[in-house]
Design a protein around this ligand. Structure first.
Ligand code: SF4
Ligand code: SF4
Ligand code: FES
Length: 249
């Protein structure tokens, strides 16, 4: 294989109900390319290595700097962000597939709505009432701020759901990301006030009890969020919540 070419194999599917197929592409090498720039090159001249004209591949992307999570896909068997996957560091042919735990839209694009629905279900926000100036918020000790910062880096990319054996296209399990966000919002001085609602949601269908503790999630998270620690913390918080409920605390 000439070193001035990049070979990519892409799993194509024209729509959610179409049959999948594989197509191979060979594009000119330029330094510092990543998977998104390679896909853009294919989009410019959508011909397979056999010289057949095809449709330009479809994928999702936004920030192009590993912040939005939209470009998550399976690259050489590992779920990660296409915008930060450097061609120079990948074995060829580079194999691209869509994530498998989310409904397929087309080609490499999936619908991550189940993650946003889960965030809604667990009230992953801080209600701020009114339009008046609330003044400075309460002081947060630096240690707690550091933990909160690590949790706040979640970009809802879906890698943790993709690798989780408990998450399937049909299962209601919300996955580690939403559980970890409950930890974040429950530790916030204002967010604490709505901790009960979040804990109730975590104890509902598809919540914490569905986690099988396989710990795949924590290894897959590109932002190194301590997901298994969050799951353990939320396990303790829900237990305390149940005891308080039982004994009227
Ligand atoms: S610990 Fe295992 S089962 Fe639980 S969310 Fe992580 S990968 Fe899924
Ligand atoms: S917890 Fe990590 S892997 Fe999961 S959605 Fe957030 S950033 Fe992605
Ligand atoms: S485009 Fe936003 S993370 Fe890749």
């Amino acid at each position: 294989m000439p070193t001035n070419r990049i070979v990519l194999k892409i799993k194509r599917q024209d729509g959610p109900h179409a049959d999948p197929r594989w197509e191979e592409f060979s594009i000119p090498y330029t330094p510092k390319m990543n998977v998104i720039s390679a896909l853009m090159e294919i989009r410019r001249t959508p011909y397979t290595t056999r010289g057949e004209k095809t449709t330009p591949p479809v994928w999702d992307a936004n920030c192009l700097e590993e912040v939005c999570g939209a470009c998550s896909m399976i690259i050489n068997g590992k779920v990660r962000q296409a915008c930060s996957a450097l061609i120079d560091q990948l074995v060829q042919p580079i194999v691209l597939e869509p994530m498998s735990k989310f409904p397929l839209v087309r080609d490499l694009m999936v619908d991550r709505q189940r993650m946003f629905d889960a965030l809604q279900r667990v009230h992953a926000w801080i209600p701020i009432d009114g339009t008046y100036n609330l003044g400075p918020g309460p002081r947060v000790d630096p240690q707690a701020a550091e933990v909160a910062y690590s949790l706040a880096r979640c970009m809802t990319c879906g890698c943790c759901l993709e690798v989780c054996p408990q998450v399937t296209p049909a299962s209601p399990f919300m996955g580690a990301a939403a559980i970890s966000q409950v930890r974040l919002f429950n530790m916030h001085p204002t967010g604490k006030m709505h901790a009960r609602e979040r804990l109730e949601a975590l104890m509902g269908e598809g919540g914490l009890a569905d986690c099988g503790n396989a710990q795949n999630c924590v290894h897959a998270c590109p932002k190194e969020i301590p997901l298994t620690e969050s799951i353990a913390v939320m396990g303790r918080q829900t237990t305390t919540h149940v005891l308080k409920r039982l004994f009227g605390g």
